[in-house]
Design a protein around this ligand. Structure first.
Ligand SMILES: *Cc1c(COP(=O)(O)O)cnc(C)c1O
Length: 338
């Protein structure tokens, strides 16, 4: 498949009526702080609670006709998208995930009728197990990011953003494998070459950020993070997202676990929005003033809401959080007044 703007347009017509066109709403609180308009693209409102439904549906609907079992490795949201798409298509889905994936994501995938195989301690382990099932059982794999149909599906968010607000000048995105950023950058820069696209990820395990700095795909070790959906490498044999992100993303930044914690609280108290840690890294970077010369209007994509609720309520209450073996010290949110 030739990956270009036509791939994104084709994905857009395929997704019409299957994935939702999501609202783009202003954050008054953050716009005031920034002295610049900040818009939130509510992909957390998708039927699966995350944007990954777009790429997953586009990929599953374009699988070879005789595909009986689709498989993937996932940090949770892609697996849920694939399970959802497979159910619509009437085929079986087998999802490989590691012990870093929150229970809430595992249960949601099982309730869609997919088979979940938990294996290993990080995304790399589940990826190897998934590859093996492809070799041994003939399953057809859909990568969570390094797949042209997945990238084109995520790119439809870019087309929607510009149709909702053609005046957007900057887009700040969570960055992991880079399917989201590559797809959106591909779509928006074709329509509006001067628009700037920034990628943000967590400090620990920033695979694409480090790979871009090194000029080649680079392995990172994966550790527990509030941004669990951003875990995993980009693959040393990365075919699509690395070259696209290298070429199209204007700059990348990292945020600390404390900055992610604070951004989750801010979005809850000021905008009344429930969001995963992975989803707020863009806001965390903006609040920490890491991105200089941000030209407004600015948009950020709120990528998902599939957070473990007991951990989430602890964050909202300002409690300490256990992340693997270490403790992240919490603090109560201050700004909000009623
Ligand atoms: C997958 C995911 C991302 C990152 O997307 P990539 O295409 O891997 O860069 C961000 N946020 C959430 C909630 C996700 O599930």
């Amino acid at each position: 498949m030739n990956l270009d703007i036509n791939s994104v347009l084709a994905a857009q017509s395929l997704l019409n009526g299957v994935a939702d066109k999501t609202p783009l709403v202003p954050s008054n609180f953050l716009s005031n702080i920034l002295k610049n308009e900040l818009l939130l693209k509510l992909e957390n409102m998708q039927p699966t609670g995350a944007f990954k439904i777009r790429g997953a549906i586009n990929a599953v609907y374009n699988l070879p006709k005789d595909t009986r079992v689709v498989t993937c490795c996932s940090t949770g949201n892609h697996g849920r998208g694939i399970a959802y798409a497979a159910k619509l298509k009437g085929i079986k889905a087998v999802i490989f995930m590691s012990s870093l994936v929150p229970q809430v994501k595992i249960e949601a995938i099982q309730s869609l009728g997919a088979e979940v195989i938990l294996c290993g301690e990080d995304q790399t382990d589940s990826e190897l197990a998934c590859r093996q099932s492809v070799r041994e059982n003939g399953y057809v794999e859909v990568s969570p990011f390094d797949d042209p149909y997945v990238i084109a599906g995520q790119g439809t968010i870019g087309l929607e953003l510009l149709s909702q607000r053609p005046d957007i000048n900057s887009i700040v995105l969570p960055l992991s494998g880079g399917g989201l950023a590559a797809g959106i950058a591909l779509a928006v820069k074709e329509k509006k070459p001067k628009i700037r696209v920034f990628g943000v990820t967590m400090e620990n395990g920033a695979a694409m950020h480090i790979s871009i700095k090194n000029g080649k795909p680079t392995e990172v070790s994966e550790v527990p993070s509030l941004a669990d959906a951003l875990g995993g490498g980009i693959g040393l044999n990365n075919k699509f997202t690395f070259p696209l992100c290298q070429k199209l993303i204007d700059d990348t930044f990292t945020v600390s676990e404390n900055e992610i914690y604070h951004a989750m609280q801010t979005l809850y108290y000021e905008d009344r929005i429930i969001a995963e840690g992975s989803c707020v890294v863009g806001i965390a970077a903006i609040l920490a003033k890491k991105i200089r010369n941000l030209n407004g209007p600015i948009a950020t994509v709120l990528t998902g809401r599939n957070v473990n609720m007991s951990m989430y309520t602890d964050i909202i209450n300002g409690s300490d959080i256990k992340l693997g073996e270490s403790i992240l010290s919490g603090s109560r949110y201050k700004q909000y007044k009623e």
